[in-house]
Design a protein around this ligand. Structure first.
Ligand SMILES: [Zn+2]
Length: 186
């Protein structure tokens, strides 16, 4: 039998004589208290008291749209750190390290990752695989770089043609841009 009650941090939820503190709870001086908001579960089979969060972290799955920061550029791929899933502020439950293979960056043929993405670029991407690690694509009009700073002067690049332009350094850079580059509200 398992009872379910909503509790708040600091609520006394059980006695240590009867239960062991587990996920979301802690024991103090013979009593067990909630350490997070959630649903209390008094598990009489295992004699443990848990508090289960009603908002568990997002587990990313294939098809999800995510935001990520490009962390490195290699010969055949870019690596990125996923920071959020589109449409939610909840944390990511997966490993956030992701890869984008050169063939998955743009609709056109590309053999040079650095002409499409650069370290530090903020991108919108879609998950195309989760095992053994996250794999992303930016191969859609609405996917790609949404914000980027000039590597030399840190000014925010502006969109120019199909690429980016630094008004301070007066130089252009190729990029795989999302169709709303420069006009993104997150
Ligand atoms: Zn610049």
């Amino acid at each position: 039998m398992t009872d379910k009650i909503e509790v708040f941090p600091g609520d006394e939820v059980a006695e240590e004589e009867e239960y062991l503190a587990s996920d979301g709870t802690f024991a103090d001086n013979g009593k067990i208290y909630a350490s997070q908001i959630g649903i209390l579960e008094l598990d009489d089979n295992e004699c443990v008291a848990r508090v289960v969060s009603p908002n568990p972290p997002n587990i990313l799955k294939t098809g999800d749209v995510v935001y990520a920061v490009v962390s490195d550029i290699r010969n055949t791929m870019a690596t990125a750190d996923v920071v959020a899933k589109d449409g939610t502020t909840r944390g990511i439950g997966n490993e956030t390290y992701a890869t984008i293979h050169v063939s998955k960056i743009s609709q056109g043929y590309t053999d040079d990752v650095s002409k499409e993405l650069r370290k530090g670029d903020f991108i919108r991407a879609r998950v195309i695989g989760t095992k053994p690690s996250l794999q992303l694509t930016t191969k859609e009009d609405h996917l790609g770089v949404i914000r980027s700073l000039c590597g030399q002067c840190k000014t925010e690049f502006v969109k120019k043609g199909h690429g980016l332009y630094c008004p301070v350094c007066e130089r252009s850079m190729p990029r795989k841009l999302a169709d709303d580059y420069g006009d993104v509200k997150i």
